[in-house]
Each structure stands twice: as structure tokens, then as C-alpha cells.
Design a protein around this ligand. Structure first.
Ligand code: PLP
Length: 470
């Protein structure tokens, strides 16, 4: 498998060459030159596979420059009942016939990002060792991504994580989750400022090319291709769990932010998985809903980005979206490059009235928006009807899914986090505490370790340089 840029300006590269990178050199995103097609016989033969065996069959198609035995070993070490709570890894919970939750949030940080990030930790450690390199991962987080990255990279050889977060602004649960880690390769930096200050510091260090190179600075953000492709696996798993025959289509409802999760669903569909609808659910930050309804893509600025009770979907710009647009325009890289130039100049593009807009439905995409009151009502309703407490993000997906259900087509709602992570909203919705999974009871009372810092780029560079000298 060769990888290209959505904007056409990257020489073809192999999986291990793109694994550690971010954007393509031309500013585009890395995409595979084609999607492998899974024929009916192969699909049928995958139905009985365990999660790790299924993950191996899918990943070997994309990571074909890794020796198969090594890839299999990395996958087997990642997807264990010990890490994900059950051998199913992503168990399906049936609410009623034709309506299901696919539980993606049983990993160490109780959110779906663990599914891909845990594998990324194994892959990074393996490839860095092979290449005799080290990597210092620098990131900014307001919650989920940072903790998923830390739990994936903790204790790994050749990797350090420097994670910036706004001091005193994460929830107590999320703070405790990150700051209670005591692995010597994890560095939590609490910045006196807001999330944007943290992100600006990360950008400034990444733009300091001499520093970046000298200290091997890298990232694990949501555009990482390996993260996307690892997520393709659970769409297959969910399909098998929700159907009895291999020609019966299913639909998925996906709480969306950076478009990484639902992009994986799109890829599964391009590979031949019989998916009827991919329901893109947004919260009040409805950039994606606006696009799928009207054809207009208009990323928002920080001032127009709302803080909501489904905070992991509070995005202003969907960083993986360009990969889908590349497929939508028939892999025409020059067209994508022109669209993104237009985006830079005018702040938006619009495909209304073009043949591409008509094709959106051919790709199965539909969308909707869910607001705070919808989330609360949904959490109450699901609790009353099925005795299950879902989190605010999952509630957005469930709410938006309802009008898109079709007779005879199971609707699989992706559970992207556990309710325990968003205690305030759950209390507001149902007047009681969200259930906590075992092992998390005393989380907030564990000792915490972090370094407090002013929003000062030089101080950050000094801090990193000192830690790398050890
Ligand atoms: C990250 C996240 C999302 C959004 O996923 P994308 O891949 O960015 O679209 C939704 N829900 C939860 C709980 C998340 O952590």
C-alpha cells in the first residue's frame, strides 16, 4: 500500500514512513492510494473472528510493510480483556431489536479514543526501536485526547509525552486521570491560561524548526492515519454483532468533532461493508451538520466555538474532513488543493448545486444537530426506557439517529465515552451520580503530579530540553 497527499504534493510513501508524521509536506492529509475491497466470501469468513484477529486482517491491508508476525503480536498485545474489560473489546449492547449501542469506551480512559491510541502506542514504540530513534510527543489537551495519549504511551521506551492543559480548567475526573500517572516518561504541564494558550505554545515550539528537530518533537493528533485505520475495525465488529447475514445493511450514528471516527465508518463502507447510513451527529458546534445539509463548509473561529456539555465535540474545524472531500471529488488532488486555497482566502467553500453535493447521499452521509436540552432529555429517556445511563456525546448521537432509522436496518449508536466522565451533566439530567466502573472509585484522591508553568514558550522549551538530557 502506498500513501499520497490529498493535495497531490507528496511522493508515495509506505505505512511505516507516514506513521509518525502529521500533515503531508504540502499541507494536505495522508491517504491510501486506494481502499482494498472486501469481497462477500472474505466478509463472511471474518464474521467469526475475535477482535484482535479481525484487527489483524484489516490492518495488514494498510500496514503491509510491517512483518505480519510483528503486526499480529502488536495487535494481540493491544486488544486484551485486561485493557478493554472484555474479550469483545467493543461489545454490542442491544437496547431493543434494531437499536444498539456499540460500546467503544471500555479502555483505560473511558473514551473511544483509547481503541486507536492503545495500538498507536505499540506501533510507535516498535517503529522507533527499529529506526533507532526517540520521539518527544508534545500536545495540548482540554481532556480526552491528552489522557488517551498518556495512557497509550506510558512506560514506552523511546517516547516521552509533554502534555499541556489549562490549569484548573479540566474536570476533576479528567485532571485526576492525567495527573495521577506517575510514569517517568509522562510530563503533565498545567499552564496558567486557557486551552488556546496551550495550543499556541505547542504551535510555537513546532514552528521552531531547529528545536523541533534537535529534540525530535512529534504529535499524536487526530489526523494520524494509523488512528483512523484502527477505528475501521470496530465498524466491521459492530456490523457482525448487529446482523445475522452478511448482506443485511446496518447504519451507524457517530457523535462527531474532528471527523476521525465517522471517517473510519466511511472507509469501512468504501471497503465494501454494507452500511446504509452514516449519521453525523454534532452538538451546537454544527459545522459538519451545516455541510451535509447545505453543501457549505464554514469552519468557525474560537469566538464562535461554543462550550457545551459534550465538550469533546466542541470543534470549530474538522481536521479529518479533507480526507472525505478527497473521496467526494473522485481523488482529484488539484481540486482539493483549490478548495482549501479558497478556504484559506474566503474562510469557506460551498459545493451546493454541484454533482458532488448530489453524491453525498450516495456515500451514505446524513446529519443532524443536538443541543443541551436534547442531550439531557435523551439521557433521561434512555435511562427510563432501557435502564442504561449514556454520556452526553453518545446522547447526541442517539438523538440525531432517531429520524434516520429505517425498517429492517439496525441502527448502531457508537458510545464514545462513559457517563462517569461527565458527572455534572448526568446529575443535571437524571438527578443522580453516573455509575463508575470498577477501579475508578478513588481516582480523585490519588496523588497528583504536574508542573505548573506560565504561558511562556521559552520556559516550555527549557523544560523539555532539561528532561531530554537525562
Ligand atoms: C473525540 C471525541 C468525539 C469526536 O470524535 P471525532 O473523531 O473527533 O469526530 C466524540 N465523543 C467523544 C467522547 C470524544 O472523546
Amino acid at each position: 500500500m502506498k500513501y499520497l497527499s490529498t493535495r497531490g504534493g507528496m511522493p508515495p510513501a509506505r505505512f511505516t514512513e507516514i506513521l509518525l508524521g502529521g500533515l503531508a509536506p504540502d499541507g494536505g492529509l495522508v491517504v491510501p492510494e486506494h481502499y482494498p475491497r472486501i469481497d462477500a466470501a472474505t466478509l463472511a469468513s471474518w464474521r467469526k473472528l475475535s477482535y484482535p484477529a479481525l484487527a489483524f486482517e484489516i490492518l495488514r491491508l494498510y500496514a503491509d510493510d510491517l512483518p505480519e508476525a510483528d503486526l499480529r503480536a502488536l495487535i494481540d498485545r493491544t486488544y486484551t480483556a485486561q485493557t478493554f474489560g472484555s474479550a469483545d473489546i467493543t461489545p454490542l449492547h442491544t437496547l431493543e431489536p434494531g437499536l444498539h449501542l456499540l460500546r467503544l469506551s471500555n479502555g483505560p480512559t473511558l473514551a473511544f479514543k483509547d481503541v486507536a491510541m492503545q495500538l498507536l502506542g505499540q506501533l510507535f514504540e516498535y517503529v522507533l526501536a527499529k529506526q533507532g530513534r526517540e520521539l518527544n510527543i508534545l500536545g495540548a489537551t482540554s481532556g480526552d485526547t491528552g489522557s488517551a495519549a498518556e495512557y497509550a504511551m506510558r512506560g514506552r521506551r523511546g517516547i516521552r509525552v509533554f502534555m499541556l492543559s489549562p490549569h484548573g480548567r479540566m474536570s476533576p475526573f479528567q485532571t485526576a486521570q492525567m495527573f495521577s500517572l506517575d510514569d517517568p516518561n509522562i510530563f503533565n504541564i498545567a499552564v496558567d491560561g486557557v486551552f488556546d494558550d496551550c495550543q499556541d505554545m505547542v504551535k510555537a515550539v513546532s514552528n521552531d524548526l531547529a528545536f523541533k528537530q534537535r529534540y525530535a518533537i512529534g504529535t499524536v493528533n487526530s489526523i494520524n492515519w494509523a488512528r483512523v485505520v484502527a477505528q475501521v475495525v470496530y465498524y466491521f465488529k459492530g456490523f457482525f454483532a448487529a446482523t445475522e447475514g452478511d448482506s443485511q445493511p446496518v447504519s451507524f450514528a457517530v457523535p462527531s468533532g474532528n471527523f476521525g471516527n465517522v471517517l473510519a465508518g466511511h472507509i469501512a463502507r468504501m471497503m465494501g461493508l454494507p452500511i446504509s447510513r452514516l449519521v453525523v451527529a454534532t452538538n451546537e458546534n454544527d459545522v459538519l451538520d451545516e455541510f451535509f445539509r447545505t453543501g457549505r463548509y464554514r469552519p468557525r473561529g474560537a469566538a464562535e466555538t461554543h462550550q457545551t456539555s459534550s465538550p469533546s465535540m466542541d470543534i470549530s474545524k474538522a481536521s479529518n474532513f479533507e480526507r472525505f472531500v478527497y473521496d467526494l471529488v473522485g481523488a482529484d488532488a488539484a481540486r482539493v488543493a483549490a478548495m482549501w486555497r479558497g478556504l484559506d482566502q474566503r474562510g469557506e467553500f460551498d459545493v451546493a448545486g454541484t454533482p458532488e453535493f448530489a453524491r453525498l447521499r450516495e456515500f451514505g452521509f446524513v446529519s443532524g444537530c443536538s443541543r443541551h436540552a436534547d442531550r439531557l432529555a435523551t439521557i433521561r429517556e434512555v435511562r427510563a426506557r432501557y435502564g442504561v445511563t449514556i454520556d452526553t456525546h453518545t446522547a447526541d448521537g442517539y438523538h440525531v439517529a432517531q429520524p434516520w432509522r429505517e425498517p429492517g436496518v439496525p441502527m448502531v449508536c457508537l458510545e464514545t465515552a462513559q457517563a462517569a466522565k461527565f458527572a455534572d451533566a448526568i446529575r443535571e439530567a437524571i438527578g443522580e451520580e453516573a455509575p463508575r466502573p470498577p477501579g475508578f472509585e478513588d481516582l480523585e484522591s490519588r496523588p497528583q503530579r504536574f508542573h505548573r508553568m506560565a504561558a511562556d514558550v521559552e520556559a516550555l522549551e527549557r523544560y523539555i530540553a532539561e528532561r531530554c538530557a537525562d
